[in-house]
Design a protein around this ligand. Sequence first.
Ligand SMILES: [Zn+2]
Length: 342
Amino acid sequence: MKTGVVTDKRFLDHDMGAYHVESPHRIEVLNRMLEEDPPVPYFAIEPRPATEEEVGWVHEKGYIDLVRSTAGKTVPLDMDTIAGPKTFATALLAAGGFLRSLDRIMDGTVRNAFSLVRPPGHHAEASQALGFCFFNNVAIGAEHLIRKHGLQRVLVVDWDLHHGNGTEHAFYARRDVMYFSTHQVPLYPGTGAARDFGAGEGLGFNLNVPLLAGKSDADYLHIFERILAPVAAQFKPEFILLSAGFDIAAGDPLGGMAVTPAGFGLLTASLMAMAERTAAGRLALVLEGGYDLRALRDGVREVLKTLAKRDSPPAGGSPGALRVELEEPLRTFRRKWDIPAA
Ligand SMILES: [Zn+2]
């Protein structure tokens, strides 16, 4: 069974200006790689616009109306988040494209999928555009799996450089969608403390791992294999979604992390192994950040290569320097989950 890829030239239509890092060039380099030198054979998934009902699972009607009203115009919605003439249409296509990839996984057409879409989504709040994001693609996807496919447990992993405040808020008091985020601190948007562990019946289902700059492949793999994997084995997700940000890549202009293309492959293999254990391998990635075009292209390439094969789970290292930083997250997570000492 092939890997699905959501790809479309229309994701270039959203444009926040010549000097904005979240530029159409990001999708242009990925589309060119797929056309000229595809890393693996893949099943192309054509996106469709999300409906207002689908977007409304996560966003308030007044906010959707506001974004719709920007069609054909240029309207700044936030300091660095500017709606252009085609932003509303492109944002609907990004969310809908991701939903279609979930349907193709659920109906068995593809084993896993990567949605190479923009604008990104994980900062978008119920009623606010933030941090280059308009509609929260990954949150709408989790709702889709629960409402339309009847799933009861969905795990959203977010390895983007930034904390996905919008995704955290969407599911903070719920136990059917677990949110697990690694993110650099101190950094935009300032949310994502380890003590923010969920609320009400969702207490224990929101897991934040704030990290100082400089983390390597081995550091991230350690967190995935020694912290996320045991928690996932207990939560037993029926589907794993990934907010795939490539701004943790070495060389990214916004970040200070040092993940290599090979590292992105190892992290993907780690998630595939988790998905294999409880979710019949169901894993869907959606593009978030990543602003160094070469690192973005090389990272996506390695992820696609990994998705197309069936890897044995990678062994996580135990990098010593990371231990102190992980003390607070581990103390918090162990209130709910059994995480063996590494
Ligand atoms: Zn980011």
